[in-house]
Design a binder for this molecule. Structure first.
Ligand code: NAD
Length: 286
């Protein structure tokens, strides 16, 4: 796969998995963070296509508008609402949950928003490290704290929180200390929710290799510069070099994993991690 081949694909109805699940109704609500772009956008659309009321949130207003337009264009069974919010601001996190609670019975939370920064440890800006931790660990924790009572009070008392980790939540590459530590941490949050959820409130994480989203496309030039290699080498060696699959996942492939993880098909997925890494962490080349 060449660097010029890495682009963000469009979502078509045929790409979306639908699951027959009694809880996938318009009365029930799923909150999705990072819904303006990439994996979050695809997940919001996939969950609404499965009949849920989705509250998609992001700091990026234009991206949220585009996501909503796409949902309208696809004429989904469920509906999509948007809340513009910055995940580093607690008042805004409370506002997301308030909106979701007035839109339906909160049953699901997909913590997806994230960001990347490339620098070696000795040059990594501490304030960037804090920001990454706030968006990718603290906000998922605080949103979970806010939604758990709503799930517990819902008709069945059951629900699920899905968290976006990464192959970098299992093993790491250099120059990504903020990302690596956050992705390990969110797996700890996932297992903590499962430990306290008594089987009624489940949690799972998803760990993928590289997915063609703006987060990946945008880091190619920085990685090339920090490692003094070409952009082509970044894609072929750094991103896919350890993977047995030679292509990247599409965002909707990950959205479909959230659908399955939230559904009864995954009723025993609790604290576990869906490692979809194309063989990256389990094989090596001689
Ligand atoms: P993306 O850049 O397309 O989307 C990330 C979204 O998060 C953006 O819309 C951005 O506005 C939002 N966001 C960032 N900071 C925010 C804040 N303070 N408040 C509210 N929203 C904020 O990226 P993506 O690739 O879709 O990544 C989504 C998640 O998946 C991230 O957690 C990422 O770490 C993870 N992930 C991505 C890949 C990949 O290869 N793309 C692989 C594994 C894991």
């Amino acid at each position: 796969m060449k660097s010029s081949d890495v682009r963000v694909p469009k979502i078509e109805m045929d790409d979306i998995e639908t699951v027959n699940d009694n809880s996938f109704t318009e009365e029930n609500c799923a909150i999705v963070t990072g819904a303006a772009s990439g994996i979050g956008r695809a997940t919001a659309i996939a969950l609404a296509a499965n009949g849920l009321t989705v509250v998609g949130t992001d700091v990026d207003t234009n991206g949220l508008r585009e996501m909503k337009q796409k949902a309208t264009e696809l004429d989904l069974d469920g509906s999509v609402e948007t809340v513009q919010a910055d995940l580093t601001v607690d008042d805004e996190l409370r506002e997301i949950v308030k909106t979701a609670n007035s839109s339906g019975q909160i049953k699901y939370l997909a913590n997806i928003a994230g960001l990347q920064h490339i620098d070696p440890i000795d040059e990594f800006p501490p304030e960037k490290f804090d920001l990454m931790y706030q968006v990718m660990v603290r906000a998922p924790f605080y949103l979970s704290q806010l939604v758990i009572p709503h799930i517990a009070e819902s008709d069945t008392g059951k629900g699920c929180i899905g968290n976006m980790s990464s192959v970098h939540g299992h093993y790491v590459t250099s120059d990504k200390v903020g990302y690596n530590t956050s992705k390990f941490a969110i797996r700890g949050l996932t297992q903590s929710i499962a430990a306290e959820g008594n089987g009624d409130i489940r949690s799972f994480s998803i760990s993928t290799g590289y997915v063609s989203t703006p987060l990946v496309v945008d880091q190619i030039p920085d990685t090339a510069k920090s490692r003094d290699i070409t952009e082509q080498e970044v894609v072929e060696d750094v991103m896919l070099g350890q993977s047995r699959n030679t292509d990247m996942m599409d965002p909707i492939d990950v959205g479909n994993l959230f659908v399955i993880g939230f559904s009864d098909l995954a009723s025993h997925l609790n604290g576990g991690d869906l490692l979809f890494d194309g063989g990256m962490t389990s094989t090596y080349q001689l």
